[in-house]
Design a protein around this ligand. Structure first.
Ligand code: GLP
Length: 530
């Protein structure tokens, strides 16, 4: 099956109408099978539009419709005869004598079905069949059942279909209980099939269609056996919602993510004294609610810390060797995967932010330390589990001591904490400088930039030294990874214009360096994409 996912119903309809036009151009006397329901209305509008603009000539085609209620008067405004007349036949130039429809007025429905099968055969079979899909997976009126009838037949509608179609009637009791429909085998004899689905109500039917099984309980799944089927869906009918969790020291952000967009975000504050169990309980409650409402079936968690066979140990020690993924998976009945938060952020940027299109990318997060996210061939590279600890590359032998126990680690020279330390030291050493004046009531990551803006040479000197360290570490990483792109993230990246240019100039290799775009959302997005 070929799949085309379109961003809107209009695009979907346009695509399908274009395929019909191609079919008619290729074979002007094509036999085309049409469908009813709300789904194909957009196609019919587009075909009428093409006809008005003389882009389409349907005079040579023969048409067969999939189904019709039974019994129903052909004149009834609820009949598919009426629907087709209004939406298509009166608007294009299909010859009246070449339009074939099952009649809801037929005295002998079985005879009517036999007549219809024969007519299709005489016409040389259907070249292109358009299908919608019922929310229960029906095609035509082939309803889910233990077994299905092969050829055109009279069928009883399921309560779900009566419910779904009641929107076209004054009330549910007026929906006919039976219909005449092409059978699965009739549909299968078509040379080419296009199935369309739009809207959230079709999500489950489409999921079934792309699942591994074929079942008469979801008749559309049989289409997997046909050699030329194209499924055209909009995002709502196709996409899966997954949940991304970004664990931070002060808060946990949880987002429902669809098509690379956060559609709902919730924040849990991490209050002092909160236990591991309490936090997991709060996270599970939010996820259970989102899972229920969005039918989400995957959860990804970004954790600042170590993930190994003993579980998750976060840097803030909220979690200590905690099998977070197992616990939440058991509680929620969905798959849960934990990954380092910097890796998640890199994946998020690569999928929907500044890294779009870069299959090999390095994201460097400058903060208290330096975090790294490595993307190789579009996937997170995590080595045995914890690759990307780039802040601990040794760049100064016997240099400043680091919290990790080693000396001279890159993050002791190029993180935001290191920048603050260098700013404080310079302000102390040069008390008459603008920098010292700017720093008098405290130093943060912006102090140095403020002083530079005021033309301070001391600040400029510190900045050059800092950029030198940053560039030095990046040069090492580029030699090892040869990325297509480097993204700089973290609070300091807000000073992007002031950093990116000098940084690129100081690096000895030429690699595009950009600032990350998604800020706080990258972690949620990336986690959801795990
Ligand atoms: C109807 C038709 C089907 C159609 C389906 C979906 O009952 N018999 O051919 O595909 O239900 O309808 P809609 O496109 O309105 O969702």
């Amino acid at each position: 099956m070929k799949l085309i996912v379109c961003e809107s119903y209009e695009k979907m309809s346009e695509k399908a109408a274009e395929m019909i036009r191609e079919q008619v151009l290729k074979k002007p006397d094509s036999v085309i099978g049409f469908a009813t329901g709300s789904t194909p209305v957009g196609i019919y509008n587009r075909l009428a539009d093409m006809y008005d603009k003389s882009e389409l000539d349907m005079s040579g085609i023969t048409s067969f419709n999939l189904d019709e209620y039974y019994p129903i008067s052909n004149d009834s405004d609820k009949s598919y005869h009426y629907f087709m007349e209004q939406n298509l036949f009166s608007r294009v130039n299909i010859s009246r004598d070449k339009i074939n429809m099952l009649s809801g007025e037929a005295e002998d429905p079985l005879e009517e079905c036999r007549r219809y099968e024969k007519r299709i055969e005489e016409a040389g079979g259907i070249d292109l069949q358009i299908l919608g899909i019922g929310r229960n997976g029906h095609i035509g009126f082939n309803e889910p059942d233990k077994d299905l009838e092969a050829n055109t037949h009279l069928t009883e509608l399921s309560s779900d279909t009566i419910e779904a179609n009641s929107r076209f009637f004054e009330n549910k009791s007026l929906v006919p209980t039976h219909a005449l429909t092409m059978g699965i085998s009739t549909i299968f004899r078509s040379k080419k099939i296009i199935l369309l689905a739009n809207g959230r109500s079709k999500l489950n039917a489409i999921r079934e269609l792309f699942s591994d099984h074929i079942t008469t309980e979801s008749p559309a799944t049989m289409l997997k056996l046909h050699h030329d089927v194209t499924i055209i869906c909009d995002y709502e009918a196709y996409s899966e919602t997954s949940i991304g969790i970004d664990i931070g020291g002060m808060s946990v952000k949880i987002g429902a993510v669809e098509n690379f967009k956060i559609i709902e975000k919730r924040i849990i504050d991490v209050v002092p004294g909160m236990t591991e169990k309490e936090l997991i309980g709060a996270m599970t409650a939010v996820c259970a609610d989102m899972k229920e409402r969005y039918k989400a079936n995957k959860i990804g968690i970004g954790v600042p810390g170590i993930i190994d066979e003993n579980g998750v140990t976060s840097a803030n020690l909220l979690f200590k060797q905690c099998k977070l993924d197992e616990i939440m998976s058991k509680a929620l009945g969905v798959s849960v995967k934990a990954e380092n938060d910097a890796n998640c952020a890199a994946l998020g940027e690569q999928a929907a932010g500044a890294g779009k299109g870069a299959a090999n990318m390095l994201m460097v997060t400058l903060g208290t330390g330096i975090g790294g996210g490595i993307i190789i061939n579009g996937r997170i590279y995590s080595g045995k589990g914890n690759a990307g600890e780039i802040g601990h590359i040794g760049i100064v032998p016997e240099g400043k001591p680091c919290g990790c126990g080693k000396r001279g680690c890159w993050e002791r020279y190029a993180s935001v904490s290191a920048l603050i330390e260098m700013t404080e030291q310079a302000a102390e050493e040069c008390p008459d400088s603008i920098l010292a004046e700017t720093a008098w009531n405290g130093v943060n990551g912006k102090t140095l930039f403020k002083a530079m803006d005021m033309g301070c040479d001391t600040a400029k000197h510190v900045f050059d030294e800092y950029i030198g360290y940053l560039a030095y570490g990046l040069d090492i990483l580029v030699s090892v990874l040869d990325p297509e792109l480097i993204l700089i993230a973290g609070g300091i990246s807000r000073e992007n214009e002031k950093i990116i240019k000098p940084l690129s100039e100081r690096m000895s290799v030429t690699v595009p360096v950009k600032t990350a775009e998604l800020r706080g959302d990258a972690g949620i997005l990336g986690a959801a994409l795990l």
